[in-house]
Design a protein around this ligand. Structure first.
Ligand SMILES: *Cc1c(COP(=O)(O)O)cnc(C)c1O
Length: 219
């Protein structure tokens, strides 16, 4: 299928309340421009360097989301323009984003990335860490960030029950924190598991290969 058919097929599978973040990592600016032409405005990249290379080639009204692990020393590069940083996985990183946002006279939207997968390899905050960080935020500790929600990745497995369990855990935490201070975005689900994520309450999904095709890391 073409990128256009892929994109339309994904859009058709998403209920109206679910935001699509089109994950364009490893794909060239020309492919992003094509999807932009279908009306898509929200794109996700996982590497700062790649984002810095591609974003100047593309329209200004794209809302860029950083979805990959972010090193604190790279925050300064994206702070002037990033729409949302979905991958906040430490207090140190949140502090750095707050500082750089302040220097740019901005309030940067962020999601706390919570570790929900059984796999040990995934980045993310432990559940109690996420709760404590959010508590500190509600007490005014990070005035230049807006924590708009949570992000999580399920285990890479065909076990639908396992994935459902992991996404449901994050939805539960989302509801709990939402009582403390209103949240908007629950970002869960990728090409292979976004329908399950939506069943579990996701209202934002991050879809890459199902739109752009398989990634070629050899280039
Ligand atoms: C690459 C990536 C995605 C998209 O993955 P696909 O399987 O290509 O849809 C979503 N979220 C994160 C954090 C990613 O790194």
């Amino acid at each position: 299928m073409s990128i256009k058919e892929n994109y339309q097929s994904i859009k058709n599978q998403l209920p109206g309340h679910v935001q699509l973040v089109a994950v364009s990592k490893t794909h060239p600016a020309s492919a992003i421009e094509e999807v932009y032409g279908f009306g898509q405005r929200v794109f996700g990249e996982n590497k700062v360097q790649e984002l810095m290379e591609k974003s100047p080639l593309l329209p200004d009204d794209i809302q860029w989301h950083l979805i990959g692990h972010l090193q604190t020393n790279k925050v300064k590069y994206i702070a002037p323009f990033i729409d949302t940083i979905q991958s906040v996985d430490s207090e140190k990183l949140l502090g750095e984003i707050n500082k750089e946002a302040g220097k740019n006279n901005r309030i940067i939207k962020v999601l706390l990335q919570v570790k929900i997968a059984a796999e040990a390899t995934k980045f993310g905050l432990e559940i109690t860490e996420a709760k404590n960080l959010f508590q500190a935020y509600t007490e005014g500790k990070f005035p230049n960030v807006d924590i708009t929600g949570l992000m999580g990745m399920a285990s890479f497995t065909d076990d639908k029950q396992q994935v459902t369990k992991e996404f449901s855990t994050l939805k539960h935490i989302f509801d709990e924190l939402n009582q403390l201070n209103p949240l908007k975005t629950l970002s869960m689900g990728m090409s292979d598991d976004f329908p399950i994520a939506i069943e579990c309450g996701a209202n934002s999904v991050r879809v890459g290969s199902a739109i752009f095709g398989r990634r070629d890391y050899s280039k």
